[in-house]
Write a protein that binds this ligand. Structure first.
Ligand code: NAD
Length: 555
């Protein structure tokens, strides 16, 4: 018997709006203590709520007071999940009004911890779980999703969650968190967002033998069976939700690159780990150059790590340098990679395909410091997921080689960061132009305070998603990501740069997203990839499309 039947009250009123317990249990409509006197009468809520009618501001203040009392970020993540399941508008108000405080909880770094513990802290399901055992019936499962307006899917197979490795179905925390950011940062309506895990098993034995693990307890599906499942999912998603944008997230290297290559010219899709990261990092370099006073084409960039992030950034950097007149060969020659075996050079025969473009003619270098000394880079970018690898000696060498070395320690979560902000500024005596993948507090060196900002993909993907959806883009191209990077860099103000911040404040992210969406839609239109006609003032149009977390009036 449902709560409603037990209460004896009708489940919905004459207008079709649910009433009584039903509306209180529907997070998309529930206003909790903010239901007005008139609504309480009209919807049969009298007595089901305490008498005092709260304003949304009071509700938000109460949530914040409760959250701030909790002892750690994982508890806060759990509390925010519960709020999301209870009252969607209030959840988005809290997240959007407090971006610096809430983003590190709903996304990196806390989401990593939440994914590791997912089965243990599990309360209510969110998103769709498509399991290997569901092959052949994916379309019918997609029809179980309650909303038909889906415009964007974030999908993971959980094999490379942040820098934490294979977390199987526990990876659901990532698409759920990421889609919250699409809504919070670019106003994509919650009903347009669908988080999906492809549960193809996990090779994480500890997880498989964990009694609270939520996924299939089997080895990962590989080969043709895996590809067939992905194909079935893509075809079913496009049939069920025509024009849907599909964002791949946290797939391991061996699948990420080939799935992107396979689908990018067939459907509207992108891989945020490769392309979104690339755009945020290139934007960071473009705004760093406003501090160093140097030209893009004169940069020599050394990456620690040679995976999705590194090669994605190097590829977009190549495109940006080519746009400034370099040949492809000359542009590629300006990016160098170091992986777990040392400097990526031509004489290495075992290199994976994605590293080969950056395997230059050079003597091998066994460790990162030797590579820095040999190549004298203007910028080092850490995307290795190995913490502490930008040692004081590496940082001192960069400060000796450059007046203003560019140092990005982008690995996530915080424990994997190549160096902390304090280490970067202190070892370089404040010379470093620094960005990080995890949040760090301001640092004062020799009386000057630096405000490091995160090279956070959430500056880029929400705006790219909005631009692609608004224009009905058939594909999402690298040119769109370069346009997004330029729009992000252009939004950094002089006061930002003066305090060493090469990204704008997160509080401005919706405005930034509107500009990025406009830039993306402009490319889509110019390249004949748009299926929707858009007005001239694109940025205003994008702002007008954005979801605002406001309560509906029911009576
Ligand atoms: P990935 O698995 O594709 O790549 C990791 C790379 O690091 C591999 O090439 C590997 O060979 C290399 N590596 C491993 N150990 C190393 C060592 N000891 N020395 C040198 N290289 C080593 O992962 P990815 O998607 O490229 O992500 C890497 C990291 O960057 C993760 O921590 C991820 O969370 C982070 N990241 C941050 C952002 C951001 O802040 N905006 C965006 C994307 C990824």
């Amino acid at each position: 018997m449902s709560d409603q039947q037990r209460s004896g009250a009708p489940a919905s009123g004459a207008s079709g709006v649910p009433t009584g317990f039903t509306i209180l249990r529907d997070p998309t409509r529930n206003k909790g203590t903010a239901f007005t006197e008139a609504e309480r009468d009209a919807l049969g809520l009298r007595g089901l709520l305490p008498p005092h009618v709260c304003s949304p501001e009071e509700q938000e203040a109460r949530v914040l007071e409760n959250l701030r009392r909790l002892p750690n970020n994982l508890e806060k993540w759990i509390a925010l999940r519960a709020l999301h399941d209870r009252n969607e508008v209030l959840y988005y108000r809290v997240v959007m009004d407090n971006p610096d405080e809430m983003q590190p909880i709903i996304y990196t770094p806390t989401v990593g911890l939440a994914c590791q513990q997912y089965g243990h802290i599990f309360q209510r399901p969110r998103g769709l779980f498509l399991a290997a055992s569901d092959a052949g019936r994916i379309a019918s499962i997609l029809r179980n999703w309650p909303y038909r307006e889906v415009a964007i899917i974030v999908v993971t197979d959980g094999e490379r969650i942040l820098g934490l490795g294979d977390l199987g179905a526990n990876g659901m925390g990532i698409p759920v968190g990421k889609l919250s950011l699409y809504t919070a940062c670019a106003g994509i309506h919650p009903r347009q967002c669908l988080p999906i895990v492809l549960d193809v098993g996990t090779n994480n034995e500890a997880l498989r033998s964990d009694r609270f693990y939520i996924g299939l307890r089997q080895e990962r599906l590989r080969g043709p069976a895996y590809d067939a499942l992905v194909d079935e999912f893509i075809a079913a998603a496009r049939a069920e939700f025509p024009g849907v944008l599909i964002q791949f997230e946290d797939f391991a290297n061996h699948n990420a690159f080939r799935l992107l290559a396979k689908y990018r010219n067939r459907i509207a899709t992108f891989n945020d780990d490769i392309q979104g990261t690339a755009a945020v990092a290139v934007a960071g370099i473009l705004s760093s150059l406003r501090i160093t006073g140097k030209k893009l084409v004169d940069q020599r960039v050394l990456f620690l790590g040679a995976g999705e992030a590194a090669t994605g950034i190097a590829d977009l950097l190549t495109a940006a340098m080519m746009a400034e007149g370099l040949s492809e060969a000359d542009a590629r020659a300006r990016s160098w990679l170091v992986d777990s075996q040392g400097l990526v050079v031509k004489s290495r025969t075992e290199l994976a395909e994605h590293k080969r473009h950056y395997a230059h003619d050079h003597a091998p270098a066994g460790d990162f410091l030797s590579a820095v000394e040999a190549l004298r880079p203007t910028a080092i970018i850490g995307v290795s997921a190995v913490g502490g690898t930008f040692t004081p000696r590496v940082l001192e060498a960069m400060a000796r080689i450059n007046d203003r070395p560019i140092v990005f320690a982008l690995s996530n979560p915080t424990s994997k960061s190549e160096c902390t902000a304090s280490e970067a500024y202190k070892a370089t005596r404040g010379k470093a132009v620094f960005a990080c993948g995890s949040p760090f507090d301001p640092v004062t060196v020799d009386g000057k305070t630096f405000v490091p900002r995160q090279g956070n993909n959430s500056y880029i993907f929400p705006g790219v998603g909005l631009g692609a959806i608004a224009s009905g883009a058939k594909h999402v191209t690298d040119e769109m990501f370069l346009a997004a990077a330029r729009a992000l860099a252009a939004s950094v103000t002089e006061p930002d740069l003066e305090q060493g911040s090469i990204y704008p404040a997160l509080a401005r992210v919706r405005d930034v997203s509107a500009h990025i969406a406009a830039a993306v839609a402009e490319v889509a239109t110019a390249r004949g990839l748009a299926t929707k006609t858009l007005p001239k003032d694109l940025a205003s149009h994008m702002r007008a499309l954005m979801y605002e977390p406001r309560y509906v009036t029911y009576a």
